[in-house]
Write a protein that binds this ligand. Structure first.
Ligand SMILES: Cc1cc2nc3c(=O)[nH]c(=O)nc-3n(C[C@H](O)[C@H](O)[C@H](O)COP(=O)(O)OP(=O)(O)OC[C@H]3O[C@@H](n4cnc5c(N)ncnc54)[C@H](O)[C@@H]3O)c2cc1C
Length: 416
């Protein structure tokens, strides 16, 4: 039986789009390749789902480094406050945490998925488990979706298949291919919010070490600081990861041409003078001890051999033998461990896919394709991406709603 509208992809954007179109009285089918909807939502915010950011729409745009202007209208209509009211209206109480991050009060991402699922059911949205492979058109208009298990005639389609990150959740880039087959340009996909690789062997030596409250600076090849923030960082076998690094990576957008260096200040609360006074105090109290033992009081155990290497001060050097110059070297290392970044981890390990359907070929108000009638886009599939803080889901909700409304209006126009 023909459905009026088929939404491909039961993630955040697709579910929102299907709900909004069904609320306008349209007959909607949601096609999802996985048995369960919202698999990616399930792992967001470490399973707690940072559902949006409690801020003004302008702030969402300021946190969207790529194509934020395209989102201007959608974000003005679907503000973070609208999203919060939407979910509380569905019976999910929310709370606001540090950095205006909004989470379900229960700390369970599954509450968000369940709320969306029950709303879809209430609105009689038909949920079909199948993987869409292509879109069929006649005279420049969408007529059907071809899936692995069957063909689905329809009058309009919303493509909301996500990016290509974390492919185990179902987002493998099928939508990019389907859009490209119909003449859309796909801007090359790149990882964003991604761990970083380094050829500095000491990262691997400190594998598993998590540092809290350190200051991370990212410098480009000219030595200009392009990002700096305080927070949590993790050493891994390949380089560095953790919240601070993921956020930093979103600012490192040109690995082909640039050379990035990360500089870690282990003691951001102490300026050089205060840190030097601290070192002197520590040294005076342990004047006859070996350097490596005293270092253990200043940095985590796993770091001791690394710092010794970087300062080139021998492990068994007695503190009373340490020169002023050596103490200065130690201070400089504590205030600035340099890590040479060779590139990002592969896109499958990125939180976000940068790149996707070229936004110039999409109407920013309705998310309609400018190339094919009856085709709409929503979510991470589009060439927009934001920093951490709930902004990426906010983009999925806002573009999903715009596409749902746009498709519903299109169907009304077709009837006229
Ligand atoms: C580990 C992790 C943590 C994150 N945490 C947060 C967070 O806390 N806050 C935040 O704002 N953002 C977070 N993000 C980003 C956020 O999850 C995404 O930006 C958002 O889910 C994108 O939604 P989407 O609907 O566009 O795509 P997706 O959520 O990827 O959904 C796409 C859906 O389409 C389906 N699909 C794909 N191809 C087909 C096909 N051919 N046929 C049928 N179905 C198909 C997929 O199975 C999938 O269900 C996180 C991402 C990751 C990976």
């Amino acid at each position: 039986m023909e459905q009026e509208l088929i939404v491909i992809g039961g993630g955040a954007a697709g579910m929102m789009a299907a709900i909004v179109a069904a609320e306008s009285g349209r007959q909607v089918c949601l096609l999802e390749r996985n048995q369960k909807l919202g698999r990616k939502i399930y792992i967001t915010g470490k399973g707690r789902c940072n559902v949006t950011n409690h801020c003004q729409p302008q702030e969402v745009l300021a946190n969207t480094p790529r194509n934020s202007r395209f989102l201007y209208g959608a974000m003005a209509r679907t503000t973070p406050v609208w999203v919060e009211e939407f979910f509380t209206g569905l019976g999910v109480p929310l709370k606001v945490e540090r950095g205006n991050r909004v989470f379900p009060e229960s700390d369970h991402a599954s509450d968000i998925i369940d709320a969306l699922f029950f709303r879809l059911r209430k609105l009689n949205v038909k949920i079909v488990e199948d993987r869409a492979v292509s879109l069929l058109t006649r005279e420049g208009k969408v007529t059907a979706v071809k899936g692995e298990r069957g063909e689905y005639p329809c009058k309009a389609v919303i493509l909301a298949t996500g990016g290509v990150s974390y492919p185990a959740t179902g987002s493998t880039g099928d939508g990019h291919q389907m859009a490209q087959d119909l003449g859309h340009t796909i801007i090359e996909t790149k990882p964003s919010l991604v761990p970083l690789e380094s050829d500095d062997a000491f990262c691997g030596e400190m594998q598993g070490l998590a540092l809290k409250n350190v200051l991370l600076k990212v410098k480009n090849k000219k030595g200009k600081v392009i990002y700096q923030e305080q927070g949590e960082l993790l050493f891994t076998h390949f380089g560095i990861s953790g919240p601070l690094v993921l956020s930093a990576s979103a600012h490192m957008r040109d690995f082909e041409k640039e050379q990035y260096t990360c500089v870690i200040d282990l003691k951001p609360a102490l300026d050089e003078q205060k840190l030097d006074a601290r070192l002197l105090r520590e040294f005076n109290e342990n004047i006859n001890k070996d350097f490596q033992n005293v270092l253990g009081a200043l940095v985590p155990r796993l770091m001791v051999p690394v710092i010794m290497n970087l300062t080139e001060i021998p492990a068994d050097r007695k503190i009373h033998d340490i020169t002023k110059g050596e103490r200065r070297r130690l201070l400089e290392v504590l205030k600035g461990i340099k890590i040479n970044i060779t590139g990002p981890r592969p896109i499958r390990e990125a939180i976000i896919t940068s790149g996707g359907v070229k936004v110039g070929e999409v109407d920013p108000k309705t998310m309609a394709s400018k190339k094919v009638d009856g085709l709409f886009f929503a979510g991470e599939l589009l060439d927009v991406d934001a920093y951490t803080g709930g902004f990426n889901l906010q983009i999925a909700w806002a573009t999903g709603r715009a596409a749902g409304e746009g498709a519903a209006e299109y169907l009304v126009e077709q009837e006229a």
